[in-house]
Design a binder for this molecule. Structure first.
Ligand SMILES: Cc1cc2nc3c(=O)[nH]c(=O)nc-3n(C[C@H](O)[C@H](O)[C@H](O)COP(=O)(O)O)c2cc1C
Length: 197
């Protein structure tokens, strides 16, 4: 692999093939790859991830004591990437539980704490993009924290982990307008250009 090549990890938290999230992420993936980036997509729905037991051992050992599953393997991929793109539909004003489970299991690989208990971000210098969708129509998807609730919750995780969020995209009103508008397709291409080069 060329050393200058951007390594992009896309996490798709929608279980729906050809849904809005899938389509937006596919455009970003294809475009970024065409621009020379090394891109991999992880579909959360294809992983098995056990629930966090809250034992807190990982905070000392910096490793999860649960048997290896999709959580540890995805953390390895996040560590190896320069850019993280997360696509998540809005479920109850937040990210899907399956994605939250992943982040619950990998706290130790995202942020640490110093001796005084001050958070230490482990992914400083990396970039992130957040994509969300929901049936609530614009501007209520923003005002009532529907897709905006997803963006806000993911920002919380990514910022404490050191990522700089360079773009967000929210598609509201997916019930009546499931297809991507031209302006949305173009925004995906702009995002791909931003992260690939
Ligand atoms: C379990 C569940 C909960 C949902 N909760 C909300 C919600 O709180 N607000 C909303 O606007 N849409 C909600 N939706 C609708 C999805 O966000 C919407 O269908 C979205 O476009 C799905 O994206 P996808 O097809 O790319 O997976 C929910 C859908 C499901 C399946």
């Amino acid at each position: 692999m060329n050393e200058d090549m951007k390594r992009i990890l896309i996490i798709n938290a929608s279980p729906r093939r050809r849904g809005g999230i899938d389509r937006m992420l596919t455009i970003i993936e294809d475009e970024a790859r065409a621009l020379g980036a090394d891109v991999e997509t992880v579909r959360i729905s294809q992983l098995t991830i056990a629930a966090c037991t809250g034992c807190m051992v990982c905070r000392k050992k910096l490793a999860c004591i649960l048997p290896e599953d999709g959580a540890q393997s995805t953390l390895g991929k996040i560590k190896a990437s320069d850019v993280l793109v997360i696509g998540a539909p809005c479920y109850w004003g937040n990210m899907p539980g399956t994605l939250k489970l992943l982040f619950d299991r990998i706290v130790y690989g995202m942020m640490d704490e110093d001796k005084r208990g001050i958070p230490v971000a482990l992914h400083k210098g990396k970039q992130a993009v957040i994509i969300s969708s929901c049936t609530t129509v614009w501007p209520f998807n923003i005002l009532f924290h529907q897709s905006r609730g997803v963006v806000r919750a993911l920002k919380e995780i990514l910022k404490w982990s050191g990522f700089r969020i360079i773009a967000t995209m929210e598609k509201g009103g997916t019930k009546n307008h499931p297809d991507l508008k031209e302006v949305e397709r173009r925004k995906c291409i702009r995002i791909a250009k931003k992260i690939a080069i």
